[in-house]
Design a protein around this ligand. Sequence first.
Ligand code: PGA
Length: 263
Amino acid sequence: MRIIRRPIIGTGWKMNHLAADARIYADELLEQLSQVQVSGIDIFVLPPFTALHAAAAAFADSPVAIGAQNMHWAESGAWTGEISASMLLEAGCTYVELAHAERLTHFGETYEKVRLKVEAALAAGLTPILCLGETMQDKELGRSDEVLRWQLVTALSGLAPADIARVVLAYEPRWAIGQSQSADPEYVTKRHNNMRDFLSERFGSDAAMATRIIYGGSVTIDTAPVLAACENVDGLFVGRQAWRGGDFASVVKIAAEIFANKE
Ligand code: PGA
């Protein structure tokens, strides 16, 4: 059966690049993408907050959408240092990344709070990119799937099945982020298959079949093709390898070709 889910490839800049760098990045990326067919995939770039306006301008009328790396669940109020969904929309965002491992590890973010953010993002019309992933200890104890299920239930509880499909799930094993190697393809396939089955059990097969699950964690130009080819992998989420526009373009080109031919 041919995959009906639209492939999606993106990158988060983390705490890198100033506003002025957005234009250079966009020029490099768009120049290369103009030479290939990318109309069949979604592409996103997640700059830091301070570069969002510049990135929105640089990527205007292009196949690349932008998003933020976090947001608050409230619409407004006394939340010093925080950013709301409407502020992100105003800055030109289509996407918002939630629950990245670095936010969980360093900023005490929890999936209970992330659930509020998912809801607020959807209500505002943003597409949440919900990160999920087990620690090395979870993996060693053989409880990766159990942890992923708990994260899914906690972050998505209360959502209607139609809303589940509006969330992009980013499987990012926490032990594979910022490493010299990504998780191996067999391991990734198992987790993605099991997540899809679990979504089906919990939210129904329509929601499960329509929801995109992408892989992130030390993706490189070399590993992108084999990871993109894995069953139930609907896209890639790239970190360091995509911090230059030209390099991200190389990953997008390679992966887009794999997805275009994937059955
Ligand atoms: P990495 O980052 O590709 O540099 O490991 C991935 C991520 O944190 O999403």
